[in-house]
Design a protein around this ligand. Structure first.
Ligand code: RB5
Length: 153
């Protein structure tokens, strides 16, 4: 899988560890988050990663900031992007089974490296269930379009 990864300054340490882990797992990493200073604005990084996911230039994205929340708010502005913060095994698994999550948001402030590795592995290997969940995501896409977004690519 081709995965774009970005962070602000508060997610920098976790991003570097996760990239190593993803590469060990055999994934192709596009490292987009290189904070230029101590005060990177999370919208700038999230926009770059989410745009690539929205345009299918990568299969998935991972975004890390202090909480994971700001990144998530920005990423969900892009058509076809389904971003959410995950904090444990259950949210990681259900984010894939039910929501077909294509952008994983993580907290650099509170999440340890081992937990982040575990969440990412679950998120990578868990399939989308489809069925009634696909119907619901079609409704999400229809809401996007009714509110001005172009159809997802
Ligand atoms: C940066 O101080 C912080 O606001 C950011 O990393 C993130 O937590 C925003 O949601």
């Amino acid at each position: 899988m081709r995965i774009a990864v970005g962070s602000d300054h508060r997610g920098d340490h976790l991003r570097l560890k996760l990239i190593d882990h993803l590469r060990r797992l055999g994934e192709e990493v596009v490292d987009l988050g290189v904070p230029a200073n101590d005060d990177t604005d999370y919208p700038d990084v999230a926009e770059t990663v989410a745009r690539q996911v929205s345009r299918h230039e990568v299969d998935r994205g991972i975004l890390i900031c202090g909480t994971g929340l700001g990144m998530c708010i920005v990423a969900n502005k892009f058509p076809g992007v389904r971003a959410a913060p995950c904090f444990d095994d259950i949210t990681a698994e259900l984010s894939r089974r039910h929501n077909d999550l294509n952008v994983l948001c993580l907290s650099g402030d509170v999440m340890g490296e081992k937990l982040a590795d575990r969440i990412v592995e679950i998120w990578l290997r868990t399939p989308f269930e489809g069925g009634r969940h696909a119907r619901r995501l079609q409704k999400v896409a229809a809401i996007e379009q009714r509110n001005g977004a172009p159809p997802a690519a």
